[in-house]
Design a protein around this ligand. Structure first.
Ligand SMILES: [Zn+2]
Ligand SMILES: [Zn+2]
Ligand SMILES: [Zn+2]
Length: 260
């Protein structure tokens, strides 16, 4: 169970709020009129009728509160790394293959020598994409992106409450950060918890060190178009004696169960 991205989550889908007031502004969301293919996961307009975004203040899920940072079990010591040796460059600095900190998945300290041109403070600066929760049919709720993402861009940080360690019972919305450190988004977290599993995902979870602490970002694996459902591979391992969870990802290479 050590490599579990998350625990087993119960079927969801019913129970969207009927609050038309809060939906008014979301009717402006333009959904691309691209045909629905198995590999692109475009969301049908009917499924977007009850979109909920990170900016909404409506409490669409009684069991869930959105928080702005991971809630750690104890105070963490802030330990910024030494600045990198990047030089200002008009195309932007501190990017892959050029910055020694990026190469180690470490974010730059606030006083990075390239100043405002530094592109390696994405998690600390919350450079998230606009996302919305929608009804994803058999999969329950899902998360879609409301603007285009380039390959490698941060989409959202997986936030939750630090829990001491994984218990033998599967926990919903659990994500391993580092060694024994897990965060649980069952009751408090970011909308990243609504991202469904796919056997052919468009996102990947990357662990980055920020101020000496490991944090989990959801990054685009390829270009993701506005209106596409976000997915990552949960990488669950089968547990002897426990039923596998059916997968409804719809990918050509679907392995039929979420567990490998
Ligand atoms: Zn750098
Ligand atoms: Zn930098
Ligand atoms: Zn699948």
């Amino acid at each position: 169970m050590d490599d579990c991205e998350q625990g087993v989550r119960p079927p969801r889908g019913a129970g969207f709020g009927d609050d038309m007031e809060s939906k008014g502004k979301l009717l402006l969301v333009r959904i691309p009129t691209v045909s629905l293919t198995k590999s692109s996961y475009f969301v049908a307009p009917s499924q977007t009728a009850s979109l909920h975004t990170e900016q909404d203040d409506d409490n669409f899920d009684d069991e869930f509160i959105r928080i702005s940072d991971v809630e750690w079990a104890e105070r963490r010591l802030i330990e910024w790394p030494d600045p990198c040796k990047c030089r200002p460059d008009r195309n932007g600095c501190c990017v892959a293959e050029k910055c020694e900190l990026v190469a180690q998945q470490v974010e730059c300290p606030p006083e990075c020598p390239v100043g405002a041109m530094c592109r390696n403070k994405r998690i600390q600066n919350k450079q998230w994409k606009k996302v919305g929760v929608f009804d994803a049919g058999l999969k329950g709720r899902g998360l879609m992106v409301l603007e285009r993402c380039k390959r490698g861009e941060l989409v959202i940080e997986y936030l939750g409450v630090e829990v001491p360690r994984q218990t033998s019972e599967p926990m919903q919305y659990l994500l391993r950060l580092d060694g024994n450190v897990h965060i649980d988004a069952s009751h408090r977290g970011s909308l990243a918890r609504y991202i469904n599993h796919s056997c052919e995902p468009n996102c990947v979870v990357e662990r980055w060190r920020v101020a000496g602490v490991t944090r989990a970002g959801i990054f685009a694996k390829r270009v993701i178009r506005e209106g596409e459902e976000l997915t990552f591979d949960y990488q669950w391992d089968a547990v002897p004696g426990r039923d596998k969870t059916p997968c409804h990802c719809g990918a050509r290479t679907c392995r039929q169960t979420i567990q490998r």
